[in-house]
Design a protein around this ligand. Structure first.
Ligand code: HEC
Length: 142
């Protein structure tokens, strides 16, 4: 009932003419509609662009993931200078010894674990990649 009322209102030629003659610059309704389509196209392009930007910034997501999953043992700075890290003999992630590992090797240790280090099966490939990038960034902060 409601939608029927609405559609008769929109397609009512009298109302259409009334609206047109009331406005200073009469704009045909089909022209307005085309401009709306244009606006939505621009919005769609913008939203695709911003999601690309978010993907590029995923290395900053590495900091959060590191804090949540790794800092207990490896410390927020990767030094592993924490009670748990020390008791487990966790290595300094900033050291040359760890930094010489390939991205692939680091990613495998994160997903599969190594000796006392637990595996992180819950992390996505993207999260692991951003963690590897984050570990690379720690080295320059030593
Ligand atoms: C429960 C403590 C613990 C947590 C949590 C932990 N680690 Fe470890 N990590 C260790 C220990 C212990 C080692 C040493 C393993 C070995 O070489 O025997 C290690 C080793 C590593 C290494 C060096 C691997 C190698 O081949 O020498 C990297 C890189 C690393 N951890 C990254 C991470 C990242 C990234 C996270 C978070 C997703 C994480 N760790 C979470 C304890 C932990």
């Amino acid at each position: 009932m409601y939608s029927k009322n609405k559609s008769t209102r929109i397609s009512n030629p009298d109302v259409d003419v009334a609206i047109r003659s009331n406005s200073l610059e009469p704009v045909p309704s089909h022209f307005v509609r085309r401009r709306m389509v244009g606006l939505f196209t621009v919005l769609a392009i913008l939203s695709v662009g911003s999601s690309n930007l978010a993907a590029q910034k995923s290395s900053s997501g590495g900091a959060a993931a590191f804090k949540t999953n790794c800092a207990t043992c490896h410390g927020p700075d990767g030094s592993s200078d924490t009670p748990t890290g020390k008791s487990m003999n966790a290595p300094d992630l900033r050291s040359a010894e760890i930094q010489k590992l390939s991205d692939m090797e680091i990613a495998t240790v994160i997903s599969d674990g190594k000796n006392a280090m637990p595996p992180f099966k819950n992390l996505s490939k993207e999260q692991i990649n951003s963690l590897v990038k984050y570990i690379r960034g720690l080295a320059s902060k030593k």
